[in-house]
Design a protein around this ligand. Sequence first.
Ligand code: SF4
Length: 112
Amino acid sequence: MTRWTEFYAHESCGKCTPCREGTYWLVQLLRDIEAGKGLLSDLDKLADIADNINGKSFCALGDGAAAPIFSSLKYFRDEYERHVTGGGCPFDPAKSTAWADEGSTAHQEVNA
Ligand code: SF4
């Protein structure tokens, strides 16, 4: 979620305030949550910020940035909560890579 939102923050042209400021603050909150510095109240803040972006920005990038926040909070809220209560990301980041199922040998070959 953080990487995805970082993309939207990076691509925001800055023309409208909800998108420019909102995507910036979404990234700050998501980085804190991922690093174990988040609070359960930050989950409501994420939703509030996304709500302030959604439908209030000039182009579709704003809505595009807000939609995954809404859906991830709806369908994966328990995973957000595990980040907060467990002191950081409980998952192995290597498992989310394209080569996760190919074993460490394949990864080493790619990086050789
Ligand atoms: S919603 Fe579109 S126009 Fe507005 S700041 Fe974001 S990218 Fe720019």
